[in-house]
Design a protein around this ligand. Structure first.
Ligand code: IMP
Ligand code: MG
Length: 352
């Protein structure tokens, strides 16, 4: 890979027996689920655990000709050999949770931290019925904001208070830290994206919690010294759902002309589409403490790259895009997604 800037990166050599956090670098829906699925199949984590806000997140995972849209279960479910966990910082909607447990057949390997806050019907009604949230901000209407309010007010119920959840309960922090002490590899999945972080994003057009890597670690009860790698995922053409500033947004006509048309997994709203934002990517990588960068949707930069599995198969245009992004961000691009299927990816981690 002589075409890349050379980075000294000893951490990459010990990516097993360690803890990796995967987060979104733009406004969400960067394709984190796909990256999680790929890394899981390659590096065999014993636990894949979710951080992030709650069921406002939607991951679309495509395996063969089946497509799954999940909101509560970690998108790493497609890797069958890991325990799946939901960290204590995540809001749990039992209705969504049980629906997905049945749909995906993960009953025997999914665990919920007893301290997770519960989303009640009332939270959903308050989310959808509040003009500020529903209209001005354009929330997903999944009850997350109001549920976090009740947690702060210390009136929320926790997962341990819900009889139907009893057989799924665990101490996620203890489980993960024990696995790490045993030398296992653990993957922590973030949700949403940097631009909608409550503290770093485009406030007030943001979600109800921080979305950066530190938060994802904290959601799972994993201290900062235990994190070995942070992979920040960027879409070649970023998207945003809901209201709020989007510096590099293009017109709908322009995005359709490029052949890009996307709909939200949770709300089915058409996503706003923009061009690459190098300054935002650099800033996001900084706050997230990125050690590696994944770029998804390179096939939108040049359709000839669709399905490529090696760097050499990329066109000059796509290679330029990747090299330029790497230079702007200052962090090595180690994964390049070339299509929706789990197999459509270029993994450069061994070449560095
Ligand atoms: P809320 O998190 O449902 O309150 O929505 C607040 C804002 O964050 C809205 O603009 C949502 O569209 C956006 N948002 C929340 N979760 C996600 C996500 O997982 N992907 C993309 N946008 C999200
Ligand atoms: Mg999504």
């Amino acid at each position: 890979m002589s075409t890349f800037i050379t980075f000294h990166h000893p951490i990459l050599l010990k990516r097993t027996m360690s803890c990796t956090v995967i987060v979104g670098g733009f406004f969400g829906d960067e394709g984190k689920g796909k990256i999680v699925a790929h890394i899981a199949h390659k590096d065999h984590p014993s636990i894949i655990s979710r951080g992030g806000v709650g069921p406002n997140a939607g991951h679309t995972v495509k395996v063969g000709d089946k497509e799954y849209g999940v909101r509560m279960i970690p998108s790493g479910f497609v890797y069958p050999d890991a325990r799946l966990c939901i960290g204590s910082g995540v809001l749990v909607d039992p209705r969504v949770f049980f629906h997905e447990v049945d749909l995906l057949g993960v009953k025997d390997r999914i665990f919920v931290d007893g301290r997770c806050s519960i989303i009640e019907e009332d939270h959903i009604a308050r989310d959808k019925g509040n003009a500020h949230l529903a209209k001005t901000i354009g929330s997903t209407g999944s009850g997350c904001g109001p549920a976090n309010v009740d947690r702060v007010m210390r009136t929320a119920r926790q997962a341990k208070d819900v009889p139907e959840l009893q057989s799924y309960l665990t101490d996620v922090s203890l489980d993960i830290n024990t696995a790490l002490d045993q030398g296992d590899f653990v993957l922590l999945e973030g949700t949403q994206g940097f631009g909608i972080s409550l503290y770093f994003g485009t406030y007030p057009y943001v979600t109800s919690k921080d979305t950066s890597a530190s938060q994802i670690a904290a959601d799972n009860g994993v201290g900062p010294t235990k994190i070995d790698d942070v992979i920040v995922v960027f879409k070649a053409y970023p998207t945003r759902v809901g209201e709020g500033p989007f510096g590099t947004e293009m017109s709908r006509e322009e995005s359709h002309r490029l052949g890009i048309e996307e709909y939200g997994t949770v709300t089915h709203r058409e996503r706003r589409i923009g061009v690459w934002d190098g300054a935002m990517a650099k800033y996001s990588a900084m706050v997230n403490g990125a050690t590696q960068v994944a770029i998804t949707g390179i096939d939108h930069v040049d359709t000839s790259c669709f399905g490529a599995t090696s760097y050499d198969q990329l066109s000059a245009k796509a290679k330029d895009f990747v090299r330029n992004a790497e230079k702007e961000i200052g962090v090595p691009v180690t994964l390049i997604s070339t299509g929706p299927d789990i197999s459509q990816i270029i993994d450069l981690r061994d070449d560095r």
